[in-house]
Ligand binder design. Structure first.
Ligand code: AMP
Ligand code: ZN
Length: 473
């Protein structure tokens, strides 16, 4: 897909080295990549999807750069929150997680996120995890307390190399046995958790219980991708302790570097705070679609800010993404339908090539999507004025369309999503106005028709003394 005359090296910022480094896969032409997947205890929010959209852009750009991909993503289908929620709803773990795994896959499809080559649930790898824990125990990296097995951080001298924390003198005997800790503190961590009263457990060679979160990623990455993978990615909140712990486990198991490149996406924020379930400041994808926002606008908003910059989420931002996409679609339509004078303008041919090169250079520069998009919009502005002045010729259209196709192979926003039943606030307001007018004019048939029509789209009208109120069902 690249223009043949462009051979810029692809570079990524590597959290491990804290440097921008040139990237090529270690073996042959295939990138072996592992990304941390969702914990399926509820619907994912669009903060989670910022990270998954970054992974999608990364995948697409690697492929468009000519590499093959072997990408593994886990589904965390056992953890404290999942167990708690499943018990509260009188469901088995498998029944409970099946619902949210499917919801996640549906949301990914809606957002046009490419599927990893392998998507694997943690609970399908219990035996592999037990074997890994036994091997760590044999290497003297673990200790047992009350039926749980802990990783002894002091047994791994490289601990802290990813998060660039100095943990020396901070390790003695401390331990934490829950998934949900947030302390920025070096602690030994649980590899295997003894069952609490009434909890489900796997009966295994190391006793009854369930795996810790960190071991699942190490085990699945090593099993499918080998001892040293090319890229490991996730959100910045995973650097410590999750990814630090993955390194400690994996490198203690193999004696080799675990991942060559570590890429981390910054947060989606709301008014200065991380979007998160616990703060309650989140939207799911479904919330936004229900309010009438388009998947393309959401996808664009999440992708347009380079992944290493935090992104403040606002509904205004979504509306302006919608306008931007309109602009792109209008330009495409103009290219496809307007009639231009015969021939080709050399200046425009050069301009198109320059824009395509700037797009590639932006993406090669650690996926600088803002720079890549600037190249697209500056080009559209110039091409539109060339069309207005008659300079744009029929022979320039194919290359312009080709450039748009290349852009869309990454951003994937040009094709409108199939119509959903969702309706925007403004459309509801307009129909309510129309219904008021119909009632005033004693056209009750039309008024009732509008009420029915809105009900079909999950909008309920209430006639009150102070006028009509409406709400979503
Ligand atoms: P979880 O399902 O909690 O394991 O999270 C799934 C992914 O979403 C992880 O890679 C997190 O780093 C990422 N994540 C969580 N909250 C945000 C946020 N507000 N912005 C960007 N990524 C996030
Ligand atoms: Zn992980």
């Amino acid at each position: 897909m690249r223009f043949p005359n462009i051979s810029m090296p692809l570079r990524f910022y590597n959290t491990l080295s804290q440097q921008v480094e040139e990237f090529t896969p270690a073996q042959a032409n295939t990138v072996r990549m592992y990304t941390c997947g969702p914990t399926v205890y509820d619907y994912a929010h669009i903060g989670n999807f910022r990270t998954f959209t970054f992974v999608d852009i990364l995948r697409r750009w690697l492929r468009l750069s000519g590499f093959g991909l072997d990408h593994v993503m886990n589904i965390t289908d056992v953890d404290d929150k999942i167990i708690r929620n499943a018990v509260a709803q009188h469901q088995s773990l498998a029944e409970y997680t099946a619902i949210y795994t499917q919801a996640f896959l549906d949301d990914c499809k809606t957002l046009r996120l490419e599927s990893p080559e392998r998507l694997t649930p943690a609970t399908k790898h219990i035996d592999d995890m037990v074997a890994a824990i036994e091997k760590l125990a044999a290497g003297n990296h673990t200790y047992n307390t009350d039926g749980s097995v802990y990783f002894r951080i002091a047994s791994f001298p490289g601990y802290g190399k990813l998060s660039h924390n100095d943990f020396s003198g901070n390790l003695a005997g401390a331990r934490v046995d829950v998934d949900e800790y947030e302390k920025a503190d070096a602690r030994d961590f649980a590899l295997w958790k003894a069952p609490k009263e009434g909890e489900m457990a796997w009966e295994t060679a190391i006793g009854p219980g369930r795996p810790g979160w960190h071991i699942e990623c190490s085990v699945m990455a090593l099993k499918y991708l080998g001892d040293t993978i090319d890229i490991h990615a996730g959100g910045v909140d995973l650097i410590f302790p999750h990814h630090e712990n993955e390194i400690a486990q994996s490198e203690s198991l193999t004696g080799k570097p675990f991942a060559r490149f570590w890429l981390h996406a910054e947060f989606l924020m709301v008014e200065g705070q991380k979007m998160s379930k616990s703060l309650g400041n989140y939207y799911t994808l479904r919330d936004l679609l229900q309010q009438g926002y388009e998947t393309e606008a959401i996808r664009y908003l999440l992708a347009a800010t380079p992944y290493r910059k935090s992104l403040n989420f606002t509904l205004d931002g979504l509306r302006s993404a919608r306008t931007t996409i309109e602009r792109l679609r209008n330009f495409k339509l103009r290219l496809e339908t307007d009639r231009y004078p015969e021939g080709a303008s050399d200046a425009l041919t050069a301009r198109t090539e320059q824009a395509a090169r700037a797009f590639v250079e932006g993406m090669d520069d650690d996926l600088n999507t803002a720079a890549a998009l600037a190249a697209v919009f500056e080009y559209i502005r110039d091409a539109n004025s060339a069309m207005d002045s008659g300079e744009f010729r029929a022979g320039n259209a194919a290359a312009a369309l080709e450039f748009l196709t290349r852009f869309d192979a990454v951003f994937d926003v040009l094709e409108p999503a199939a119509q959903t039943n969702a309706i925007a606030d403004s459309e509801v307001e307009a129909l309510v106005e129309e219904r008021n007018a119909a009632k005033k004019g004693k056209n009750f048939g039309r008024a009732d028709q509008i009420r029915e029509q809105l009900l079909e789209r999950a909008i309920v009208l209430e006639d009150t003394k102070s006028g009509v109120r409406w709400k979503r069902k």
